[in-house]
Design a protein around this ligand. Structure first.
Ligand code: ADP
Ligand code: MG
Length: 619
């Protein structure tokens, strides 16, 4: 076990006494890659199984419980869409409310409720979180790295979009944990890209625009880089714009030009899929050729570079609008941008390079493979963490995660480990009992899911909350770590402004050995912790649904006897599942109850409106 030493006071950082490889991972919406530093140069790792170095971020679940990731999974999308999960990154750290207004239409089932809970995907009788799904992609990358480097890999740096919030970053970190990786740092994708281009190593100040056009998303980030500190000045983008849209434009163009009909042709969905693959092939071919020609069911079809450019120009125009917005947000004119970096497979398209270059009025940086640049940068970051690059500065970081205890003894992390200090982060909580006037806040440090396995730093009570129904108070808890590494915790009830604050000193008074042990512990117990956490979360969620159902039954005495009976029956099934079922059984019982009660709730609404019209009071 490598020893880890971190001293926040004097600024020295993580060092490994026994070197063990740290890999850099780009966990993409469309494709993922793993990279490592070899002879001072970052290289993308591959094994015999993956034909290309890119691993499509696609996970297929076979009928008999096997899990297939990557190219092979991609081939199964058409035949078995309901068991083949793609674009998981869009769901990371998202609640049902977050995705309810997006035009999400996947071939697989995302559970739908209008609750403020994290989304789950349903396959057969299993309910899978985006964290579990992403962990399969990460596990595949870990295997590739292990086979390629002939050693066990348990440490990684993973990249995320600059706009990812705390929950999304935490979800990515958890996915790493679940895949058996200690995620030493979460790095912004544009930061990694800049690192790959060697920006940040010099003792200079630069403003960089990173233009990232991938398979399904577009991001523009403007970074200010000085003395090794990467600051994101602004980010913009479009979460539904990328190479897939170019493929669709080509398909539609061909359908119209050659009067193709997707439905009538033999082959049905396969024909549509073939056409899509052909469109993507045409797009890629046109990045380095002027004309694309092919046969589709004995018909000659073709597309010229010019025709393609006309099709996609409006889409590229949209990305430039985002670029302008991000300049505006950063209060910068385009002539203040020192370099423009091209990221993402779709920036291979000549028209994209040309239009971006014209917009920023300068040559763009495209010498590094655009779909590898983020992973290569992540490998450089990993190398910095491994202590192999003294030319680069590292920021002060928190050695272990800090958080508070929530219902069920769960650790709710507020400042994740390896956050830069000074730092500040907060979250809102509420009460769980009607009329609750005091709230005990217990602060913990550590990586395990249950506070009992972590180290308690202190405890205090927020007193004098005005009595309200459970769930009504809005309690804001802020964690503030100053430059000296001292944590202050502040709790405020926002409706009444009742506040209290404590200072928690010497939070880093843990020996190196103790810290290494805590980290090792958290690595070894990931699977059981996650299972236990998922069960407790499902139980808590189930309890809420039971309470709601009781309220609903109380308030709606006009319901028909059969409806009441059925609701009661579904409710008691749920109650018994909460008592002794697995998380999947609880989820399934909840799902059944919700499905049955949803139309009744609509009926209740109508009923109440009618009662009101009759001069009665609304309940
Ligand atoms: P993400 O970051 O979203 O995971 P990538 O950066 O890997 O995605 O980009 C994938 C997209 O790049 C796909 O739409 C793919 O068709 C496109 N792409 C890859 N190579 C080329 C090329 N030579 N010309 C045009 N588009 C390409
Ligand atoms: Mg990407």
């Amino acid at each position: 076990m490598a020893k880890i030493s971190i001293n926040l006071k004097d600024g020295s950082v993580e060092k490994e006494s026994a070197p063990s490889a740290i890999v850099g991972i780009d966990l993409g919406t469309t494709n993922s890659l793993v990279a490592f530093i070899n002879n001072n140069k970052p290289v993308i790792l591959k094994n015999d199984r993956n034909k290309h170095q890119l691993v499509p971020s696609i996970i297929h679940f076979t009928q008999n419980g096997e899990i297939i990731v990557g190219d092979q999974a991609r081939e199964l999308i058409t035949d078995s869409p309901e068991r083949t999960i793609y674009s998981v990154k869009r769901l990371m750290g998202k609640s049902y409310i977050d995705i309810s207004d997006s035009q999400e239409s996947m071939g697989y089932t995302i559970l739908s409720t209008d609750e403020d809970k994290l989304v789950k995907v349903k396959i057969d009788d299993c309910y899978l979180t985006p964290i579990e799904l992403s962990s399969h992609v990460l596990r595949e990358l870990k295997t590739i790295a292990e086979q390629s480097l002939s050693q066990e890999i348990d440490k990684a740096v993973i990249t995320v979009p600059a706009y990812f919030n705390n929950t999304q970053r935490q979800a990515t970190r958890d996915a790493g944990k679940l895949a058996g990786l200690d995620v030493l740092r979460i790095v912004n994708e544009p930061t990694a890209a800049a690192l790959a281009y060697g920006i940040g190593a010099k003792n200079s100040e630069e403003i960089v625009a990173v233009y990232d056009l991938g398979g399904g998303t577009f991001d523009i980030s403007i970074l200010h880089i000085q003395d090794g500190i990467f600051e994101v000045l602004s980010t913009h983008g479009d979460t539904y714009l990328g190479g897939d849209d170019f493929d669709h434009s080509i398909m539609n163009y061909w359908i119209e030009k050659y009067e193709l009909s997707l439905n009538q042709e033999s082959g049905g969905k396969h024909y549509g899929q073939d056409l899509r693959l052909l469109a993507e092939a045409a797009k890629k071919h046109l990045s380095s050729n002027q004309v694309f020609k092919a046969k589709l069911n004995d018909m000659d079809i073709q597309l010229s570079r010019n025709q393609f450019d006309n099709l996609i120009q409006p889409l590229i125009d949209r990305t430039l609008l985002s670029c302008q917005s991000s300049l505006n947000d950063a209060s910068l004119d385009r002539d203040k941008i020192n370099s423009v970096i091209m990221v993402g497979g779709s920036t291979r398209i000549p028209l994209v390079k040309k239009m971006v270059s014209e917009f920023f009025e300068q040559e763009v940086n495209d010498t590094i493979n655009p779909d590898e640049v983020v992973a290569l940068g992540a490998a450089i970051q990993a190398d910095i963490l491994a202590g192999n690059r003294t030319d680069m500065l590292l920021l002060d970081i928190t050695p272990l995660s800090l958080g508070i205890e929530t219902i069920g003894g769960l650790m709710d992390t507020i400042i994740p480990r390896n956050s830069k200090v000074p730092t500040k982060a907060g979250r809102q909580y509420t009460t769980s009992i009607d009329g609750q006037v005091n709230l005990k806040i217990a602060v913990y440090q550590g990586e395990r899911d249950f506070v009992s396995d972590n180290r308690k730093l202190g405890e205090f009570t927020l007193k004098g909350i005005p009595p309200m129904a459970a769930g009504m108070p809005k309690i804001d808890i802020q964690f503030i770590i100053d430059g000296d590494g001292i944590l202050r915790v502040k709790a405020t009830e926002l409706r009444s402004n009742v506040a209290t604050e404590v200072q928690i000193k010497s939070q880093y008074g843990i020996s190196e050995e103790e810290m290494a042990l805590m980290l090792k512990d958290s690595m070894m117990n990931v699977q059981s912790d996650m299972d236990h956490r998922a069960l407790i979360e499902a139980q808590n969620e189930g309890q809420n649904v039971v309470l709601h159902t009781n309220k609903f039954l109380d308030q709606n005495n006009w319901l028909e006897v059969t409806e009441v009976d059925h609701l009661q029956e579904l409710k008691s099934i749920l109650i018994s599942m909460i008592k002794e079922g697995t998380k999947d059984q609880i989820n399934s019982a909840m799902d059944n109850l919700n499905t049955y009660s949803r139309p009744l709730a609509e009926k209740a609404l109508d009923h109440n409106i009618q009662s009101a019209l009759k001069g009665k009071e609304i309940l």
